[in-house]
Design a protein around this ligand. Structure first.
Ligand code: IMP
Length: 201
């Protein structure tokens, strides 16, 4: 089965390819599939945005596509930055550290610091079938950044299930507990079941 990853992000492509290495699945990037458009993320939920991205690619190519959408939800901020995580800072050309410092400023006098990372994966099939998975990683926002690993908000996020901040974990340690790792593993399971069912038809 051929699957287009609705993204040109090399890290995501490598991760998806590793996880499907022993399956009868060939994953190609959006660019390799000849889709050089960028889908606007106009949805208000991670599910909607990942569907918009995958659906646009399947409609353009007639081939199954997968997309993910992820972000950080902070309870004291009513779920912000949520789907706006990548754009959460008023400053032009803001970097990852500008964004997490902006978040720390917003939480300066806030005691309740509970938060979670969320990742939704959607796979759209040319026959209209849709597979969806969601992974979450519960934690809290630290008072200051720790660690050099990961990306995005990792330096200020402390998962509940480990004794270090997210940016202090190795890639394998992060993958074992992260929202993306959970959603991806669940997706691979669902895709395997889907492919088995298709073969029985
Ligand atoms: P996207 O789903 O790749 O568009 O990611 C949205 C944004 O959410 C990223 O730019 C990061 O700011 C944030 N984010 C998503 N996943 C993570 C993570 O694993 N660690 C830190 N930040 C993340």
């Amino acid at each position: 089965m051929k699957l287009i990853l609705a993204s040109n992000n090399k890290n995501k492509l490598r991760e998806f390819r590793q996880l499907t290495a022993d399956m009868d699945v060939e994953i190609i990037s959006q660019r390799e599939a000849g889709c050089d458009f960028e889908v606007e993320e106009t949805g208000t939920t991670f599910e909607e945005n990942s569907f918009l991205k995958a659906d646009a690619v399947t409609k353009a190519t007639g081939i199954a596509a997968i997309a993910d959408d992820s972000g950080l939800c902070v309870d004291a901020l009513g779920g912000e930055p949520g789907v706006y995580s990548a754009r959460y800072c008023p400053r032009e050309g803001a970097t990852d550290s500008d964004r997490y410092n902006y978040l720390l400023t917003k939480l300066e006098n806030v005691e309740d610091r509970t938060a979670r990372f969320v990742c939704c994966i959607t796979c759209t099939m040319p026959n209209g079938d849709v597979l969806r998975t969601r992974g979450e990683c519960e934690g809290y926002i630290m008072r200051e950044p720790h660690g050099e690993g990961g990306f995005g908000y990792d330096p200020v996020f402390h998962p509940l299930c480990v004794d270090r901040g997210m940016a202090e974990l190795s890639p394998d340690e992060k993958n074992a507990i992260s929202h993306r790792g959970k959603a991806l593993r669940d997706f691979i399971k669902k895709l395997n079941e889907y492919m088995e069912k298709q073969q029985c038809r």
